[in-house]
Design a protein around this ligand. Structure first.
Ligand code: 9UX
Length: 69
């Protein structure tokens, strides 16, 4: 398993954090997600055989938040 910390911009309430959480958990290969609204970060544990950082950044972007590199 690999871990990645994403800097997520644009989360302003718990609902936003929940959306980011759901988006990341929906990516095949993701096993654990923790989102910190306060820190503006998402901590993801994933299987590198199934996904990669690019996919994870894209999932956050698709959910309407900016996880730019
Ligand atoms: Mo809160 Mo975020 O009311 O997408 S859910 S601002």
């Amino acid at each position: 398993m690999e871990t990645l910390t994403l800097n997520v911009q644009g989360m302003t309430c718990d609902g936003c954090a929940a959306k980011v959480q759901k988006a990341l958990q929906g990516v095949d290969g993701v096993s654990m997600v923790e989102v910190s609204l306060e820190q503006g970060k998402a901590f993801v544990t994933y299987d590198a055989r199934s996904t990669n950082p690019e996919d994870l950044y894209a999932a956050v972007d698709d959910a309407g938040f900016d996880a730019g590199y």
